[in-house]
Design a protein around this ligand. Structure first.
Ligand code: GCO
Ligand code: MG
Length: 402
């Protein structure tokens, strides 16, 4: 079998997606997600100008060799644009292989280690009563694990809380919006939020919270200690992770479980965090971390140190990534939990898929390959529109981590 063509489908059904379609001389094609929220066309250009010409004529079954060719052969390595481009190729090749062998991708990764993947979804509210009602709604939908974000009194806009009545979508069309942040107000408020949620829903519900890179290590340690009575499933991105050593300080003060890694694009971004067991869950995702090939290796390394996976799964990762994450999550032994921020109905129409949600778990389905497709005609009705993630400033105007 030979690769005969590879092309990009860039569309924007409610938000931007970049999809790579690799076609072969046997009529089988594969899909890869190349979406990097707010930098979509950078990845598209990298693929079109520097990667696709090197794919034509290659054997699509040679997944490992093509991965190494695109990683080591590029000379300039790592970074979100490069690794997202490699991921798109890699996932498309796994899709082709599954289709050619008439088997779902999870069977190529060791087979089922479980029947379904435990998932968590996003609850949010402008205030505590609003957040409580949002948790209730998702409980009624059947979720067993729920992330809770809430507006912080005295701060105009908080992470994870939608503006108006539309579902939360961080990237906004037009130039970056600016939001305000107050560490002091946040640290004083969050324990009250989880005390209220536990009082309302009891002790069994898995609760998660995303700090979104906004605290210093010692502030994160303070938050972890303050939330211990509410035994969260995890506290996510407590502090920026460029300095992996910072997590040692957090670990010295609190037993609150820690998850990080959604902004990672290489195993090396997590190497010290994992081998020192400074985290409990690695969130690096297939679309930004180099694909199924790379994430399987990272997950296997994490397993040696009892670190579990908690793959990123926001709406800015396309249904192709959701499908790939469910196949990998079904197979690896140290699967922890999968983020499930459901896409819009329109997005699901553009990307018909086999995966499904039922009673707190998701199932990739048993279609050969990944079990996801793209309706190119419908996609073409929603052209790309530049969008940016917000930036954040402290109350004194200092730019800070959004
Ligand atoms: C999450 C993430 C998202 C990101 C978004 C960036 O936990 O799902 O933090 O909310 O902000 O994916 O594109
Ligand atoms: Mg996050």
């Amino acid at each position: 079998m030979k690769i005969t063509s590879a092309r990009l489908i860039v569309c924007s059904p409610d938000r931007n997606f970049v999809t790579l379609k690799i076609e072969t001389d046997e009529g089988i094609y594969g899909l890869g997600d190349a979406t990097l929220n707010g930098r979509e066309l950078a990845v598209a250009a990298y693929l079109e100008e520097h990667v696709i010409p090197c794919l034509i004529g290659r054997d699509p079954f040679a997944i490992e060799d093509i991965w190494q060719y695109l990683y080591r052969g590029a000379y300039w390595r790592r970074g979100p644009v490069t690794m997202t481009a490699i991921a798109a190729v890699d996932v498309a090749l796994w899709d082709i292989k599954g289709k050619a062998l008439n088997t779902p991708v999870y069977n190529l990764l060791g087979g089922k280690s479980r029947q379904g993947a435990l998932v968590y979804t996003h609850a949010n509210g402008a205030d505590i009563p609003g957040a409580i009602e949002s948790v209730r709604k998702h409980l009624e939908e059947g979720y067993l694990a729920i992330r809770v974000q809430c507006g912080v009194p005295g701060v105009s806009s908080s992470y994870g809380v939608p503006k108006g009545d539309k579902p939360y979508e961080p990237a906004e069309r037009g130039l970056p919006s600016e939001s305000l942040w107050s560490t002091e107000k946040y640290l004083n408020f969050v324990p009250q939020l989880f005390q209220a949620v536990r009082e309302e829903f009891g002790e069994d519900l898995h609760l998660l919270h995303d700090v979104h890179h906004r605290l210093t290590p010692i502030e994160a340690a303070r938050l972890g200690k303050a939330l211990e009575p509410y035994h969260l499933f995890w506290i996510e991105d407590p502090t920026p992770a460029e300095n992996q050593e910072a997590f040692r300080l957090i670990r010295q003060h609190t037993v609150a479980p820690i998850a990080t890694g959604e902004v990672f694009n290489s195993f090396w971004d997590a190497h010290d965090l994992i081998r020192n067991q400074w985290i409990d869950y690695i969130r690096m995702t297939i679309v930004h971390g180099g694909g199924i090939t790379a994430l399987k290796k990272a997950a296997d390394f994490a397993a040696v140190y009892q670190v579990k996976t908690g793959f990123h799964g926001a709406t800015d990762l396309s249904p192709v990534t959701m499908a790939a994450a469910l196949h990998l999550g079904l197979a690896i032994h140290n699967f922890g939990i999968q983020e499930h921020m459901p896409h819009s109905a329109l997005t699901d129409q553009v990307f018909p898929h086999a995966y499904r949600f039922e009673a707190g778990y998701m199932y990739p389905g048993d279609a050969p390959g990944l079990g996801v497709d793209i309706d190119e005609k419908l996609a073409a009705e929603y052209p790309y529109q530049r969008a940016y993630l917000p930036v954040a400033r402290k109350l004194d105007g200092t730019l800070t981590d959004w």
